[in-house]
Design a protein around this ligand. Sequence first.
Ligand code: SF4
Length: 372
Amino acid sequence: MTTRLFGREHDVLRRAVPDDLRARLLRFYDAHARDLPWRRTRDPYAIWVSEVMLQQTRVDTVVRYYDRFLTRFPDAHALARASTDDVLSAWSGLGYYRRARLLHEGVREVVARYGGAVPEDPALRLGLPGIGRYTAGAIGSIAFDREEPIVDGNVARVLARVHAIETPLGRADTQARLWEQAETLCKGTRPGALNQALMELGATLCSKSSPRCRQCPIKKHCLAYAQGRSADLPVVPKKKPPRAVVLVALLIENADEDALVLVRGEGELFGGLWNLPMREGSGVETARALLRDLGLRARLTAKPLGELEHVLSHRQLELSLFRARLATNRLPKQTVLRLATRAELAALGVSRLTHKALDRLWGGSVAGAART
Ligand code: SF4
C-alpha cells in the first residue's frame, strides 16, 4: 500500500512540472504566435508543404512562396500531376531543391497509395519519401491533433536549455534525450499548438545568441537560466570548413548565341536542377574532354572567361568558366542535355551557381534562380 501511495505521489510530482510548463507554453502561444499563413489551416497537405519549405529557409522568405505554391498546386492531386520542371520552377528562389523533389515524390505516393489523403497513421506517414520524424510529427500534431513530438533546431535549443543538456547537439544521445523530452511535453491537450509554441519560443525569445530570459514565460522551469548559462547552451559542435573543389564549367551557346546548353544535375549536389556542364579538374584540356564526352562539336575558347567561387554547405566550389559555341542550333539526341533561351531559363529550376555564371556571360540576371 505504502509503495502504491508513494508511486501515485511520485507520479503526481512527475507530471506537475510538464503540466505547468505546457500551460505556460500554450498561453504564450495563444498570446504571441505570429499570424503565419500555414497556421490558418489544418490541411495536412498544406502543412506538409509549409514544413518542407521551412526547413533551412527563413520564415519571411517562405511567406512569399507558400501561398503562390498552393495556388499553383492546391492539393496533392495537382502536385502529383505536375512535371518536375513545373515543381522546381515554382520552388525557384527557395533553394535546396532536393526538398522539392522529395515532396513531389512523397505526394505522388500519397495519391497512388492513399487516394490523395495524407495518412493519419504515423507509421504510414514515415514510410513516405522525404518525410522524417520531424515532418511526420509536425503533420501529425498540427493537422491531426495527435500527440506526436517534433524536434527541429528551435525546439532543440529550447529543450537543451530548459534541461541544461551539456552533450553536443546532433549527437545520438543528445537527440534521444531531446526527443524524449519533446514526447513528454506534447502529451496532453492541443499537441500541435504545444509543438508550435516550442518552435515559436525558439524563434523569438530563446534565440541562439541573446536569449531574452527575463521575458520568457517558462523561465521558472529553465535550468540553464537558473544556472546563468542560457547563452552557453546548447553545446553546438564546430562545423567542418567546406572542402574546396576545383571545377571546369562550360558556357556553350548555340550558333545564334541566343540559347545555352544545360545538363540536368544528378545526385546530392544539384540533383534535378539544370546546370552548366561541369567537371572536376582544371584547364582547357578538362574543358575539351568534357565537350567530347557530351558528344558536342563546338569551338572552345582557349582561355577561361573568368573564375567563380560558390560556397555550398559542405563544399567551396572554385570554377573556371570556359566559353564555347556550337556550329549549329540543335543538339544531338541526348536526354540529359537541353538548349534553353534566356526566357526559358526563367521557367526552369536553374541552380544559383549557373545563374552566377550566366551573369558573367550575359551580364543581367535570370529570374527565378535557385539558392543551391
Ligand atoms: S529562460 Fe531563457 S534560456 Fe530558458 S527557455 Fe526561456 S529564453 Fe530560453
